[in-house]
Design a protein. Structure first.
Length: 297
């Protein structure tokens, strides 16, 4: 069936391309199916995904339209040139590497795929190299052991620059401002937040990145967490990893376990019902203290 669909996609596009059915394992073992469409000589090529169970006609329609949209939004030739230039100079790699935290449950799969990763609490840190910013998304390639060996990459410099690059791209905002901006992006009236008091608005912060991708890695930046203590005016803060893309920070206000229990239940509920499986990080709740000590509750 896949070969038939690939042939139909090629015919529909009307250009000379290689159409290959691929199965891609994403974060947390999420498996996606799609077609990779590549022109001869291209190193960078889009993969358009489809859902299992779709009829053949729908797959062909979605993939061909998806490929046309990719070509409309992105200059593939320019991306390929950027990709080639990126690996011509190690300094380009170091200036474009960013960390990405994922669940510890991915460790075995990362090892099997030869992906470089470091342990951090109940998470694993991968390293992604930005290829280019693509219309509100971010194109990356994951740093692997063969890549490190082939290009003689210094992992100490990778870790150092990944932290710096992440720090430079962080966006720290109150939850009120974050929700208002989200409403504005999707064309929804944000006026429902007008009556939120300044005290309430400044009670909770979200940390992400300018691209909105992979911001949860901020949990490993001690200076950023110290800044959160200063903003919230407290010696103890809760850190909620709401996904691999952001964390929520709020003050610990109860001496008993009521607030802790509520937050743990909230994390479990939201992860199970609201967060996409490939974006889930962990069900853990973290407490960070002003002396730099962090623990899992």
């Amino acid at each position: 069936m896949e070969q038939t669909i690939a042939k139909r996609i090629n015919e529909e596009l009307g250009i000379n391309v290689n159409v290959e059915n691929v199965t891609v394992t994403k974060n947390n073992g999420v498996v996606l199916h799609g077609f990779n469409i590549r022109k001869d000589g291209e190193m960078v090529a889009p993969t358009i995904y489809y859902e299992e169970g779709w009829e053949e006609d729908k797959i062909v329609d979605v993939v061909t339209k998806g490929y046309a949209e990719c070509n409309k939004r992105n200059d593939t030739k320019k991306l390929q040139e950027h990709f080639t230039e990126l690996f011509d100079d190690l300094n380009n790699i170091y200036s474009n590497v960013i960390p990405c935290v994922v669940s510890r449950s991915n460790a075995e799969d990362l090892d099997m795929r030869g992906i470089i990763h470091d342990s951090y609490f109940d998470m694993e840190i991968m390293y992604r190299i930005k290829i280019d910013d693509l219309n509100n998304t971010i194109g990356t390639t994951i740093l692997s052991k063969p890549m490190v060996e082939h290009y003689d990459i210094d992992m100490n410099l990778i870790r150092e620059h990944a932290s710096k690059n992440l720090r430079d791209s962080l966006v720290i905002n109150t939850m009120k401002n974050t929700l208002v901006e989200m409403c504005e992006r999707i064309g929804k009236d944000p006026s429902e937040f007008d009556d939120v008091s300044e005290e309430t608005a400044n009670y909770m912060y979200m940390i992400s990145t300018q691209s909105t991708y992979y911001g949860a890695s901020a949990i490993m930046l001690e200076d950023v967490l110290k800044d959160m203590h200063d903003r919230l005016g407290t010696d103890e803060i809760y850190i909620i990893p709401s996904s691999i893309h952001e964390v929520i920070v709020l003050p610990k206000v109860d001496e008993d376990d009521e607030q802790t229990q509520y937050l743990k239940e909230l994390i479990n509920s939201i992860n199970a019902t609201e967060v996409a499986p490939e974006d889930r990080l962990t069900d853990s709740l973290y407490i960070h203290r002003a002396d730099g000590k962090m623990t899992i509750v």
